[in-house]
Write a protein that binds this ligand. Sequence first.
Ligand code: 13P
Length: 251
Amino acid sequence: MRKKIIAGNWKMFKTVQEATQLVVGLKRELTDYVAVDIVVCPTFVNLESVSDLLVGHNIKLGAQNLFWEDEGAFTGEVSGPMLKAVGVEYVIIGHSERRQFFHETNETVNKRLKAALKHGLKPIVCVGENLSERESGRTFDVVKNHVTGSLAGLTKEDMAEVVLAYEPVWAIGTGKTASSAQAQEVHRFIRGLLAGMFGQDTADAVRIQYGGSVKPENTAELTSQPDIDGALVGGASLKVDSFTAIVKNAR
Ligand code: 13P
């Protein structure tokens, strides 16, 4: 059985005071709630304060990106060892906003992914089509390209650490959720791709989150689909009540 995993991607929101307040609220609601894995992903500057609040807690800490070199003259970047040193366990890689606004490609996603694995971080690798790709019938081609390109060169052992997130770009921050049937169709397709790349046992074990306008009201329906193993939540992860409800509604 795959354990559900609910992760909050806080994107570029929250000052350190606001981040701290949010975590204090989440701890009040979710301490000892272990029915699903819970992850919060603040901005880099807030990782350390949030980490201090989460020492030994069932809510785990994630970052939103990492660079592939360990150190060097790479202004503005943050490395795997730096994330590990502040208690980060998970790291989002290849989010569509990185692909769209910061020229992330499958190749750079793959390099970041290998760096995360090398340093014992658990990657959450994002894939998904945009609106014009969906409307022109290219969803499966795009998703296949993202999955095979991003995961190139990984072993079955590597895949034991990886979480995938299917995030249709047209559903992110738009209030338009993919229907559970639409999402399940793509999740099943991704699992089939993983079976071809790594074998059925590995494919059956990998968790695939759905992301895109996940709310308390649609969580149960989405996460009860056979191939949907949790959610990567943006906007609704920024409030204690909505994120708590999403965690508790995950089936
Ligand atoms: P929203 O939940 O705000 O649509 O964002 C989804 C997302 O991009 C999570 O990574």
